[in-house]
Design a protein around this ligand. Sequence first.
Ligand code: SAJ
Length: 450
Amino acid sequence: MLTDAIAKFTSRQAHVAVIGLGYVGLPLAVILAEAGYRVTGIDLDKTKVAAINQGESYIEDVPSVRLRKVIRDRRLGIGDGDSPIPDPQSLLSATTDFSVLAECDAVSICVPTPLNKTGDPDIAYIVAASEQIARYLHPGMVVVLESTTYPGTTTEVVLPILERGDWGVGTGERNFQSPIPGHDFFLAFSPERVDPGRTDWTTRNTPKVIGGVTPACLQAASAYYGSAMETLIPVSSPEAAELTKLFENTFRSVNIGLANELQLMCDKLGLDAWEVIDAAATKPFGFMKFTPGPGLGGHCIPIDPEYLSWKMRTLRYKTRFIELASEINTDMPRYWVQKVQDALNEAGKSVKGSRVLVLGVAYKKNVSDMRESPALDIIHLLEEKGALVEYHDPHVPSFAADGMRKQCVADLDAAIGTADCVVVATDHSAYDWVEIGSLARLVVDTRHVL
Ligand code: SAJ
């Protein structure tokens, strides 16, 4: 079984699937297709599926021109004639129908792992994807979980679902014995390391950590990914791979928290945190630069460490660094709103009734993603104090989030001119900061760009 599986991947004859076509799944599906595999992307969202089959990318890191190279469609005279039907020889196509898994030699799970309302891990998407795979699991199939999750998810949650699955029922071969990992099928965990907006390190050339449930699982998953990625980093278990990912992002969250605390300390000391950090960063070894900001945004850094905290709580261990970093990072919007209040006060104005323009609402520069963006917290807090808040963001024409619905101001210069205070929340490269500095009567700069 293992030899046959490996042969399919090394010969690129395999037909593989990617479940979840977001900022992780779509780039992965494209590089698997570029490696020569036949790839079927599976997503519940019909509009995503239709867009992909029409060669229209909705992920900034995957230009449509690159997507079209692996999507060949035939404009048929049937039906409306306009909707492209993916050419069966097309390397990549998308569907909402999971039954395609019955003919797939491998499947990667790239679904979201958010926190639920009480701040605990929500692995419902992983469970749902695993249950679909179990329905179509068949001999020799390779299953790789990519979604960031707590150590133990692959072995304690995904594996039992696959073992309980109607083994082969989707393929018509009823087989009542429970399938054995490493013998009947292969299961591994391999974390994504996508940094949205980055072009130097991509899904293809970023080293890929992989941990198999058994040695044979590691071998099969490595054959699957080895044909599409330059460097594989095998580890001893899925748990080691799961924790590696959480450690990477916890490392960032804690260091960003330290940089933010330096900002708070420098306030008391009357020093410039950025000057100190830039000076420290001249140390050619033993230092890594992190910078203060408006808080912690994105769907990874604020969330992934909470997965580790949660798991450790079940083992009656308190993850103190994670809690403290989260406390400091979460409180930064309040710190910056206090800065706005102090600055307006200096100008003899109250926050209440003042016009405040927030520049940049995405969670970091040069992306349009607003998930967990601290700019939203800053807007919320300002409006709670009675400020009249507008925003501008070249990547976000409008948004509806956190009970707020706003349009990007049409005329940036005019909005700057009428604002009592401008808050720099996201330092998009598209802004002319010299111009903004000259136009604005008062600026609170959370990103140190002016
Ligand atoms: N931030 C700071 N100070 C810093 C660095 C970041 O305030 O010194 C803020 C950013 O503005 C942003 C948040 O923290 O709001 C997260 O920043 P990030 O650079 O970690 O960006 P993400 O979440 O898009 O991407 C990260 C990846 N980033 C890098 O490696 C640089 C990486 O940790 C993961 O591959 C990815 O999340 C993920 O998907 O886990």
